[in-house]
Ligand binder design. Structure first.
Ligand code: SAM
Length: 280
C-alpha cells in the first residue's frame, strides 16, 4: 500500500541512499510507518504547533509528524548521509519541513521556531539524557516547549517517571516531575527497530506545567538532589554535609529524618529542604 505522502517505503529509501545504521550515532531506525504515526499521535494535536525533531535519520517519524498535520517541523540531524532522503520529504511537504545539519546539543532550536512548540524524537541513546536534562533546566520556566514526546531505552524512561522508594528514583525523576507531568505512553520491543537494539525502548510524554509543583530555587534544589543521589547509599546527614551548614537541623525542619537516604525522600520534601537552605 502506498504511503499517504506518496513517498517510497523506508527500506527502499535506506537502500537507495546507502543509510546503513551507524552505532556511534545511536542509529536504530523505525521503518514501520504505522508505528511512527502512533508515536506522532501520542504527542497530541500537532495542527497548530511547530515541532522540533532531533535525529530524523531516514525520516520515518518526520513523515508521520507531517502527515499528522504539524504546522512546521525543524529536524536536526548530525549524519550528512541522511540529508538527501530528508530533502525528498521536504519536497513532498512544501514549506513545512526545515532540515538542519548539525549537532542537536549545539543548535539553538528555540530561536528557529514559533510557539506553541512540541518536541518529538526517537533520540540517539548516547545524547538522549543530556538533551533531556537541557530541556528540563532552562533559565526560565515555562520553557520554550509545551511537551516532549521522547523515545528512550526503557530503563531511562523508568528513571524519568520513577516514584520515591524505588531503585529508579533519582535526579532525573526529580528534574522531570518537579515541573512536568511525566508518563510512559508506549513500550516497544527491540524488533520494532532496524537494527534491533539489545533492550526494550519506551516513549515518555512530558507536559510542562505552568509553574513548579512546589516552590524552590532551581539551582539549590539541583545541588541538594545531585549531592543526595551521588552517594545514594549514604544517609542524608552525611551526603548533604557539604551542601549547607547545620544540615541535620535543616533536614529535621523540612520533616526529613537525617538518617533517611535520598531515594526515600519525596519531591515535596526536597523542595521544602531547598527553601530552608536558600533562606539561610
Ligand atoms: N528518527 C529516526 C527513526 O526514528 O527512525 C532515527 C532515530 S535514531 C535512534 C537517532 C538519530 O539521531 C540518527 O539519525 C542519528 O544520526 C541522529 N543523531 C545522533 N546524534 C545526534 C546529534 N548529536 N544531533 C542530531 N542528531 C543526532
Amino acid at each position: 500500500m502506498a504511503a499517504i505522502d506518496g513517498l517510497p517505503p523506508l527500506r527502499e529509501v535506506i537502500a537507495r541512499h546507502g543509510l546503513a545504521a551507524r552505532k556511534a550515532l545511536g542509529q536504530n531506525f523505525l521503518l514501520d510507518l504505522n508505528l511512527t504515526a502512533k508515536i506522532a499521535r501520542s504527542a497530541g494535536d500537532l495542527a497548530h504547533c511547530d515541532v522540533l525533531e532531533v535525529g530524523p535519520g531516514p525520516g520515518g517519524l518526520t513523515r508521520a509528524l507531517l502527515a499528522e498535520g504539524a504546522r512546521h517541523v525543524l529536524a536536526v540531524e548530525k549524519d550528512e548521509r541522511c540529508l538527501p532522503a530528508l530533502a525528498e520529504i521536504a519536497s513532498a511537504w512544501p514549506g513545512r519541513l526545515e532540515v538542519v545539519h548539525g549537532d542537536a546539543l549545539e543548535v539553538d532550536a528555540a530561536a528557529r521556531l514559533t510557539p506553541p512548540i512540541r518536541v518529538v524524537a526517537n533520540l540517539p541513546y548516547n545524547v538522549g539524557t543530556e538533551l533531556l536534562t537541557g530541556w528540563l533546566t532552562p533559565p526560565r520556566w515555562p520553557p520554550f516547549w509545551q511537551s516532549l514526546t521522547l523515545m528512550f531505552q526503557k530503563e531511562v524512561a523508568e528513571r524519568i517517571v520513577a516514584r520515591p522508594g524505588t531503585k529508579a528514583y533519582g535526579r532525573l525523576a526529580i528534574l522531570a516531575q518537579w515541573r512536568c507531568e511525566a508518563r510512559i505512553v508506549m513500550v516497544l520491543p527491540p524488533e520494532a527497530f532496524t537494527p534491533a537494539p539489545k533492550v526494550h525502548s519506551a516513549v515518555v510524554q512530558l507536559t510542562a506545567l505552568p509553574a513548579p509543583r512546589f516552590p524552590a530555587d532551581a539551582k539549590v534544589l539541583s545541588r541538594i538532589v545531585a549531592a543526595g543521589f551521588n552517594q545514594r547509599r549514604k544517609m542524608l546527614r552525611a551526603s548533604l554535609r557539604g551542601v549547607a551548614p547545620e544540615i541535620e537541623a535543616k533536614l529535621v525542619a523540612a520533616g526529613i529524618a537525617p538518617t533517611a537516604r535520598a531515594e526515600e525522600v519525596s519531591l515535596e520534601a526536597f523542595c521544602t529542604l531547598a527553601r530552608i537552605v536558600a533562606a539561610d
